[in-house]
Design a protein around this ligand. Structure first.
Ligand code: NAP
Length: 296
């Protein structure tokens, strides 16, 4: 069984690794291409990667459509489906219409988690939060969150919520891009909010990383009989409050990603990747929290 962790303070347990779906193209692809995607998604679900991440903007709806066709074959209660509202809707009515269109493409009645994809500078945060709360009230989503929000924006958004809480911020974080791990993660750990690390393999599967980082990854990978990508994924989810959503079209990768959920790195293996700028105290906190997370 793939490891599950609690989403924020909700009591809901979700797979610590999810399936990313940015990349399911909406254009000029043949039947075989979509069938292969569906097979990879099915395989992920069967291996316990039951949390699937999509967005209205991925493939201009095609990603949601493909995910919808696959999840229809499974028990809805066994899955956790996240989608996102793109900042191209400016009125309450159009934002809600977009959410309903996503549900329709996914062929479900309710998201498990619905996120504001990026801060929308043309719509007040207050209005965006009102829309999210209304969607919960109408039963269109169980939980709400945001993506690409700074801690400041996240805190501001929480102020406008009357009944609900944001349970997740989806942020870019990986072994190369650690900004949010230093600057935001301590806040989310303190508040027990989940950080979903997106692009955990730097979007290109870590094919273009510096030799110095690659060498460190290779050394640890050898010890764990794993690939460098598995170590990079394990590194993220060994941090308290971090879950992640690698995207894998190839079945081989799906399988490896599922296996990465059970790799336990020791303190030194986690610490070795921290960038120089982090001070010793922060390192210790992160290192300790990583252990706490794993043993939860
Ligand atoms: P990613 O997951 O960092 O990397 C995907 C690349 O890694 C693909 O080329 C994939 O190859 C390869 N790969 C996957 N597993 C592998 C493994 N075990 N070994 C070797 N290579 C492996 O890229 P991403 O798509 O940017 O990020 C993941 C997801 O995060 C997205 O799909 C999306 O759901 C989400 N996301 C969210 C935002 C946001 O603004 N909220 C932004 C970007 C992404 P194959 O596909 O060939 O298997």
């Amino acid at each position: 069984m793939l490891r599950k962790v609690e989403l924020g303070n909700t009591g809901e347990k979700i797979s610590v690794i999810g399936q990313g779906t940015w990349g399911i193209s909406g254009f000029f692809k043949d039947h075989e291409y979509y069938e292969q995607w569906k097979d990879s998604l099915r395989m992920g679900i069967e291996l316990g990667i039951t949390h699937i991440d999509t967005a209205e903007v991925y493939g201009w709806g095609k990603s949601e459509e493909i995910v919808g066709q696959v999840i229809n074959e499974y028990n809805r209660d066994d899955l956790f489906i996240t989608s996102k509202l793109f900042p191209m809707h400016f009125r309450r009515k159009t934002m809600k219409k977009a959410a309903n269109k996503s549900l329709k493409r996914l062929d479900i009645d309710q998201f498990d988690l619905y996120l504001i994809h990026w801060p929308n500078p043309l719509v007040s945060v207050e209005k965006q939060m009102e829309v999210l709360e209304e969607l919960v009230k109408e039963g269109k989503t169980r939980y709400i969150g945001v993506s690409n929000f700074s801690v400041k924006q996240f805190k501001e958004a929480q102020i406008y919520l009357k009944r609900e809480r944001l349970v997740d911020n989806q942020l870019k974080a990986n072994i190369i891009e650690q900004k949010h791990i230093y600057h935001s993660l301590p806040y989310y750990q303190e508040e027990n909010i989940t950080v979903t690390a997106y692009s955990p393999l730097g979007h290109k599967g870590l094919t273009d990383i510096e030799q110095s980082i690659k060498s460190k990854l290779e050394k640890i990978a050898e010890k764990h009989n794993a690939t460098i990508q598995q170590i990079a994924i394990a590194w993220l989810i060994n941090h308290k409050n971090i879950i992640t959503i690698p995207k894998a079209f190839q079945k081989k990768h799906v399988k490896e990603n599922a296996e990465a959920a059970s790799i336990l790195l020791n303190k030194e293996e986690i610490r070795i990747f921290y960038e120089k700028m982090v001070n010793l105290n922060q390192r210790n906190e992160l290192k300790d929290s990583a252990e706490t997370n794993y043993t939860k």
